[in-house]
Design a protein around this ligand. Structure first.
Ligand code: SAM
Length: 247
């Protein structure tokens, strides 16, 4: 069992924040498009939280879905929902840096994981464990902190229900702080900055041959619902980015 995670204290607030327009029209749209067809595939959902994407991917036809998260409280929420509406998803409470063998997977996904590595050494451990669980034809698809965002570009996301800051100097391991609104509650959590080159070097070193960054995508339904102007500020200064790795 991993040690207490910062998400234990904010699990319920984080779960509620998933209902914002941003999550539906950009986050989920981008992530699910990058993941592509999962029908019949063995899926490993790392940093699964309370299982938001684990359930989506199972409903989209994955043969099996295993969700892994370091937070006991997040896994408790995931298992509660699995009990209320069983879909056959396995949830495991574990630190990806120290992951036991869970078998082989065709698609490994993570909506926000790598930037939680507290050090470059932990980042290497995480990536090594991801690679170790992937089939030779498999893919790792993740959403991640945008490493190309300069320190001066942090902030300006209030209208989307969150904000972020970075400690200076903005070099590898620098602490990022997120402030997020869920209903009437404000909560915060921390992540870490790593340069694009650091991610690429680590991923290549553990054996990923192809590493591709992908920009965020906006669901046309989001334009219909909120108008094009609403999204512009976010898309002009994207705080996160997609990343896809193959052997
Ligand atoms: C921003 S939340 C995203 C949760 C989920 N993927 C979603 O989109 O709803 C990040 C999650 O990463 C988990 N996490 C952070 N570091 C981790 C680690 N080393 N191993 C496993 N999970 C981790 C946290 O507990 C948290 O649930």
């Amino acid at each position: 069992m991993p040690s207490a995670s910062q998400y234990d204290a904010i699990a319920e607030q984080y779960r509620r924040s998933k209902s914002s327009p941003l999550r539906a029209y950009i986050e989920a749209y981008t992530f699910l498009n990058l993941i592509g067809d999962v029908r019949g595939k063995r899926v490993l959902d790392l940093a699964c939280g309370e299982g938001f994407y684990s359930r989506r991917l199972k409903a989209l036809g994955a043969a099996s879905v295993t969700g892994v998260d370091i937070s006991v409280e997040m896994i408790r929420l995931a298992e509660q929902q699995e009990r209320n509406d069983p879909q056959g998803i396995d949830f495991v409470c574990a630190d990806v840096c120290e992951l036991d063998d869970l078998g082989e997977f065709d698609v490994i996904v993570a909506a926000y994981l790598l930037h939680y590595a507290p050090s470059c050494t932990d980042l290497v451990r995480m990536c090594r464990n991801i690679k170790r669980h992937m089939s030779v034809t498999g893919r790792f698809v993740t959403l991640n902190e945008n490493p190309d965002q300069a320190a001066g570009q942090y902030g300006g996301y209030e209208q989307y229900g969150f904000n972020k800051t970075i400690d200076k100097p903005a070099t590898d391991g620098a602490q990022i702080t997120y402030f997020m609104v869920a209903g009437r509650e404000l909560f915060k959590f921390h992540a870490h900055y790593y340069a694009r080159q650091t991610y690429e070097q680590v991923l290549t070193d553990v054996g990923f041959g192809r590493v591709a960054w992908h920009p965020l995508m906006l669901d046309p339904a989001g334009i219909e619902a909120h108008g094009v102007d609403y999204w512009q500020e976010y898309l002009d200064n994207p705080p996160v980015i997609g990343l896809e790795c193959r052997v």
